[in-house]
Ligand binder design. Structure first.
Ligand SMILES: Cc1cc2nc3c(=O)[nH]c(=O)nc-3n(C[C@H](O)[C@H](O)[C@H](O)COP(=O)(O)OP(=O)(O)OC[C@H]3O[C@@H](n4cnc5c(N)ncnc54)[C@H](O)[C@@H]3O)c2cc1C
Length: 547
């Protein structure tokens, strides 16, 4: 395979942006924009999708990577919302049996907490029932059970706990979003990262969006019947710039996570109630543990982790786990920081307890404008967003040639079994994969689906294709080649942080010094390798590039 994949793939999309008239232009390639584009493209609409940076490089790469039914909204008795989110979770688990997986939440209960342990356990049962008993049932945890099963949990202040199920994204949120972008491309969507929408005006019954290709520098003019604004925390700003009035708006809440060495061997999420009374998680993320999160009102989307944020997270975890020594800032391998775009009525936002603002989404069409905005939402609810956008686009007069076509989900189980069988016959999970956190074949299937058959073919042709390129991670040469061809990797950070989670598992300075980095860049960028590598090396040191 040549390294010309990404430039060619992206250039073809960018060229089409100016040449074609689209049914729908989607602004913003986070989860909401990605599912909108994937659903519309699969159902036959002419769709364009642009993001001013990389796909999923904003809120959708900073989440807790949980697919959850919103157990905490039971406290505010939002039973309808919990039921809806649980069903959305179940649907994702069913559609993505490898990439969205049930996981147990091992929840500690502190003596004297505002709700008693049995009441919370009853809540967990209600949660399970609201989720149609789809997952494994909850169970109570005595202190003795907890001491045996999760010895890292500090028991001094606890009277026990309970365990329940939700789900999680083993490859992380940004990779999950990328799957939808790739699906949109497969159905003919003109999708391009690093294309910024500068402003849209209505001309002769269509939208004309001025945009800029931030890679090539050219100005673009994109014509479309409808515009879907999926700019997340920036959606209000983009609407304001285009003179669009809406009934909803966003308020923003910052949340951070810290990545540290694996704290517990178990494959569970440890859940606690933090000092502020909110649920606080210790989540497995690859070879690391992800701890968080916080919930701080902010008035702008461009935020970074502060010393206070770090102290809050470290302090809470040090109180709740029995560690050989307390965690300090020096233990932080990487950080995550994003703002939740929370939807409120145009005039509202301050009336409710901040932490109890629920994470619903709203899809609003501005009258007579052919302009749709997606407010709020969660990764968990993404399939509903895709469906609702299709319905809204049809209501606005854009016919979808294949209105009932499925647009999401992994390939059939029979294909997966065939792939895993072939991989086994080739000895892919043999000595080469020993010591890896999971069999290579499972990871390849989860990440690439049917494209993974091509990886086997590459390995059959040349066994060196099965060698890892980077010291820091298990990614094989053939995977990098596939990524170069099909995954629109423009900057090295796109690969290290979003197509993979390497930048969350390995300290930035260690990645920089990885002897395989040069070769990885050569595979990913061909002639542009030196420049891309230099750009990455010139970036900020340490875990936090925002502060
Ligand atoms: C700390 C935290 C934890 C969370 N945990 C979970 C969780 O565990 N489970 C869950 O389901 N949800 C979770 N969420 C919520 C979820 O992450 C967000 O609701 C979701 O990612 C928002 O996606 P989005 O597409 O609306 O916005 P974004 O992902 O922010 O995407 C908006 C995109 O628009 C682009 N853009 C902006 N302006 C322009 C322009 N002018 N031209 C082109 N592109 C533009 C941006 O570059 C960006 O990529 C969490 C959120 C946070 C902050």
């Amino acid at each position: 395979m040549s390294a010309a994949g990404t430039p060619a793939l992206r250039a073809a999309s960018v060229e089409r942006l100016s040449r074609s008239t689209f049914d729908v232009l989607v602004l913003g390639g986070g989860i909401n924009g990605a599912v909108s584009a994937a659903a519309l493209a699969a159902r036959g609409a002419r769709v364009a999708l642009v993001d001013r940076a990389d796909f999923a490089s904003a809120t959708s790469q900073e989440s807790s990577c949980l697919v959850w039914g919103g157990i905490k909204y039971l406290e505010t008795m939002e039973l309808g919302l919990v039921r809806k989110l649980c069903l959305a979770r179940n649907q994702l688990i069913r559609a993505y049996p490898s990439a969205v997986r049930e996981i147990r939440f091992y929840t500690s209960h502190t003596r004297g907490f505002r709700h008693g342990r049995w009441k919370l356990l009853a809540g967990a049962w209600l949660y399970w029932l609201l989720g149609s008993a789809f997952t494994r049932p909850p169970r109570p945890l005595s202190r003795a059970t907890m001491a045996r099963e999760e010895p890292a949990v500090a028991l001094d202040l606890l009277d026990g706990g309970f365990e329940y199920s939700d789900a999680w994204l083993p490859d992380g949120d940004a990779r999950f979003v990328w799957g939808f972008v790739r699906a949109a491309l497969d159905h003919g969507c003109a999708a391009a990262n690093y294309v910024e929408a500068l402003g849209s005006v209505r001309q002769g019954g269509e939208w004309v969006t001025e945009a800029k290709d931030l890679v090539g520098g050219e100005a673009l003019r994109i014509r479309s019947r409808l515009v879907v604004n999926a700019c997340g925390p920036w959606a209000d700003r983009v609407n304001g710039r285009d003179g669009i009035q809406t009934e909803h708006r966003h308020v923003l809440s910052k949340g951070i996570h810290l990545l540290v060495e694996r704290l517990t061997p178990g494959g569970r999420v440890l859940a606690f109630f933090a000092d502020d009374g909110r649920l606080f998680f210790v989540i497995p993320l690859g070879s690391r543990t992800c701890i968080g999160t916080t919930d701080t009102p902010v008035d702008r989307a461009e935020v970074g982790v502060t010393a206070e944020d770090r102290a809050f997270v470290l302090d809470n975890i040090n109180k709740r786990l029995r560690l050989p020594r307390p965690l300090t800032e020096a233990d932080v391998v990487a950080e995550r920081c994003g703002v939740r775009p929370l939807v409120v009525g145009a005039a509202g936002g301050g009336g409710r307890d901040w932490m109890q603002l629920s994470r619903k989404h709203a899809i609003e069409t501005s009258p007579g404008e052919g302009r749709v905005t997606i407010f709020g939402g969660k990764l968990t609810d993404c399939l509903n967003v895709g469906e609702e956008i299709c319905a809204e686009v049809q209501r606005l007069g854009v016919g979808l040639p294949f209105p009932a076509r499925g647009w999401y989900g992994e390939p059939p189980a029979a294909l997966r079994d065939e792939f895993l069988h072939q991989a086994r016959l080739m000895g892919l999970d043999g000595p080469a994969g020993a010591g890896a956190p999971e069999p290579t074949s499972l990871r390849l299937w989860r990440r690439y689906g049917t494209e993974a058959f091509g990886l086997l073919e590459a390995i059959r042709r040349d066994r060196r294709a099965a060698q890892p390129v980077l010291r820091s991670g298990e990614f094989l040469r053939c995977e990098l080649e596939l990524s170069a061809q099909r995954e629109m990797v423009v900057e090295l950070e796109d690969f290290l942080r979003r197509r993979t989670e390497l930048a969350q598992e390995v300290r930035r300075d260690d990645l920089r010094q990885d002897p395989g980095l040069q070769e990885a860049c050569a595979i990913l960028f061909g002639e542009g390798a030196a420049a891309r590598r230099a750009a990455y090396l010139a970036g900020p040191s340490g875990p936090d590039r925002f502060t």
